[in-house]
Ligand binder design. Structure first.
Ligand SMILES: [Mg+2]
Length: 266
């Protein structure tokens, strides 16, 4: 038997899959042995087996940024101002599905942005970027619980640093866009934050926080999140690409980020 969380309070669904269930404030727990993917498909609701770790020991939570913590892929929105969104978004999608080499894809996409005014970055941040649903509640929950939070992104630090400061994340790391004379140079400055660099950042933060990687939890949606997901104590696929869903401990396909709270309570 496994403990399964159903992230909606639809007790009719609960009754259909099990007579033995407990209702919590925000979710239902069952003692059942089930095919989770089949249930997700059938009821269009999130079902997850509770990972066998002590959630009280989780001391650090690391978010991927684009399409995980926030609602957009920043590079696609920058491209929109240059009427290049269809081309760049297609490349972003393929990279996130693991079909393209991340470094080559990022270099190619960034090169297409050469000459754009940096005022566009400001417009993307203020006009288009928002936290995904439940994000603020989840971050407040972690603050109250003393869990440190971080964002790591294969996108750009203009957005991650500002977001971290605005919502009170403890740490942030992302790629640096080249800028000259108030225009994008089309280059990424310094080391690229790819899958390996993301995992290294997780290890670095665990050392800073003096915890094991088993006490770190990560959430992501793209293929470049898989490496950091593999070293963390618990991984969450948030509205993620199929390859990420397949490899995650927890899958959120329908609910918001606040569904992650359900694992820490009850
Ligand atoms: Mg992402």
């Amino acid at each position: 038997m496994q403990t399964v969380i159903q992230h909606s309070l639809d007790t009719n669904i609960a009754k259909q899959i099990s007579v033995d269930f407990q209702i919590y404030n925000a979710h239902i727990r069952h003692q059942v042995c089930v095919d989770l993917n089949a249930l997700r498909q059938q009821y269009q609701t999130d079902f997850n087996a509770v990972p066998k770790i002590d959630f009280a020991q989780v001391k650090l939570f690391i978010f991927d940024m684009d399409s995980t913590l926030i609602n957009i892929e920043c590079i696609d929105e920058i491209a929109d101002f240059a009427n290049l969104k269809p081309q760049i978004a297609a490349l972003t999608r393929r990279a996130m599905c693991g079909e393209l080499d991340f470094n080559i894809s990022l270099i190619e996409r960034t090169a297409l942005l050469k000459g754009l005014d940096i005022g566009i970055l400001e417009r993307v941040y203020t006009e288009r970027l928002a936290l995904n649903p439940g994000g603020r509640a989840l971050i407040e929950f972690f603050k109250n619980r003393g869990v440190k939070t971080a964002v790591v992104s294969g996108g750009f630090d203009f957005f991650s640093n500002r977001l971290a400061a605005e919502i009170g994340l403890n740490y942030a790391r992302a790629n640096k866009l080249g800028i000259k004379n108030s225009q994008l140079t089309g280059k990424v400055e310094g080391d690229i934050i790819n899958a390996h660099a993301k995992a290294k950042f997780v290890i670095e933060l665990c050392e800073i926080c003096k915890i094991s990687t088993g006490q770190a939890m990560v959430a992501g949606d793209g293929a470049n999140d898989l490496e950091m997901m593999s070293i963390a104590g618990v991984s969450v696929a948030y509205h993620a690409k199929p390859v990420v869903v397949k490899n995650a401990d927890i899958v959120i396909n329908f609910g918001g980020l606040d569904k992650i709270i359900d694992f820490f309570v009850g």
